[in-house]
Design a protein around this ligand. Sequence first.
Ligand code: ZN
Length: 158
Amino acid sequence: MKIRVGLGYDVHQLAENRDLWIGGINIPHDKGALGHSDADVLLHVICDALLGAANLRDIGFHFPDTDPNYKDVDSKMLLKDVIELLTGKGYRVGNIDSTVCLQRPKLNPHIPEMQSVIAGLCGIDPEDVSIKATTSEQLGFVGKEEGISAYAVVLIQG
Ligand SMILES: [Zn+2]
């Protein structure tokens, strides 16, 4: 059996009059993330980590932000496509560990729902999807509520 790891990192600006999608769910807030798609930073880093683990380039390579097909696309569709690419190469997801960096709002109440959405898309148990949340203590673009960032590490098996 082959075991591989992958890493994902992503940033989105926060702006008013946008929905805030994180981990496949819509979180009530006075700002949302800006992007060509729904700008779901957590799903994007998971996609990138999975693609990296399978050496399948990155999310921008497969879903270019110049392609009108991906305008405001639900990032759950992107993750579904990434899982198909992995399956096509003979891999399945082992586990996911991730961190979302956001000053406000508190993500902890939403984490169980995000885990179950992501686990469903990846065909794994919610127990194998770890999501952590951190602020940046008012420092930098996260602390000043100008943006949101996230990191993910995944393990895949084939
Ligand atoms: Zn992104």
